[in-house]
Write a protein that binds this ligand. Sequence first.
Ligand SMILES: *Cc1c(COP(=O)(O)O)cnc(C)c1O
Length: 424
Amino acid sequence: MKKEPFVTNEQLKEIVKEYPTPFHLYDEKGIRANAQALKEAFSWNKGFKEYFAVKATPNPFLINILKEYGCGCDCSSLTELMLADALHFQGGDIMFSSNATPAEEFKLAERMGAVINLDDFTHIDFLEKTIGYIPETISCRYNPGGVFKISNSIMDNPNDAKYGFTKEQLFEGFQVLKEKGAKYFGIHAFLASNTVTNEYYPTLARTLFETAVELKEKTGAEIRFINLSGGIGIPYRPEEEPNDIRAIGEGVRNVYEEILVPAGMGDVAIYAELGRFMMGPYGCLVTTAIHEKHTHKEYIGCDACAVNLMRPAMYGAYHHITVMGKDNRVCDHKYDITGSLCENNDKFAVDRMLPEINKGDLLVIHDTGAHGFSMGYNYNGKLKSAEVLLKEDGSTQLIRRAETPEDYFATFDCFDILKDMKHQ
Ligand SMILES: *Cc1c(COP(=O)(O)O)cnc(C)c1O
């Protein structure tokens, strides 16, 4: 499917007059339509709830949009909990799914009444020692090991993943938690990331539902929710077929009716912790081509770099690029599209066929709405960009300003870099 930006060239030309590139732009209309579609796809399940994975896009303006559709927050760190707290998410609206968890994070999660999703058997004791008791409602993360397959293709390798309880630990953990006062249980698993198939959730659901039935029979635990977590992906590449959330919802429903309902577990709530699927396609990185370089290869140097979008440098991830205003021209130029870091992997694309790019052209790097801005860092002393929301009425709102040198130097307590500079 042809990948089109959610913003037109004319619109973008106006937007960059107000906000200098680079910046991440988000599409309110797309975010809303998708959140609504997810809600409808799982409306068959009374307790269904999506806990948005805050780490994907930790922006309060965007999270507040999702909140209107009944979404909660899935937090994994102290600051993510603080953000959820500031946005007035209440206890049951917050899932705390973390690993190698520091004590103060459990303490804050407990004070906020968040649902705690334990990553390890030893965390039962650690949690009890840290907060003084075991909460009534508790969840455990399951890692069945082995490889995760759909039909015959290997999707991911849980055996190598650091997360979760083994099956034996899960059964023993439920017993121990019950003895320590837990009453209501949840199970969670995240077994493959960025899946572009409608089969991922139903396949995972089968594993979790069967495990839940067994857990109930063997431990007598009252299982209230099953958390299918994240992992529903998006088509980063034009040739990929987008997931059909309606089909995914129906797929999970079929397995639910096949396994849980006959086991007398027809009131179990289904939870999700989607990040990428909720935001990925509804954000893009807007950057200007500022240099052309002709050496052993053809390079286009941008004003954005891996600090703004790390996925290509980190995983060799594909992000589609549109040269604005040249969408209908032939892709007869082969480019490496680079940032300015002193790192040769700072390339948004390698050997990408694109129309001829001239200095000053605006490039839209697609699908940066999740794990884009948030993965950023400050290598080479580069500053993080602004985030801008394209609203439904076509107007824009600055939802995070760009970092300044003041922000960058703010953590030096005994040096005042800006004051000490000679060349102000
Ligand atoms: C990252 C993460 C998610 C979200 O993953 P996506 O691939 O963005 O859907 C959900 N749950 C947990 C525990 C995570 O670590």
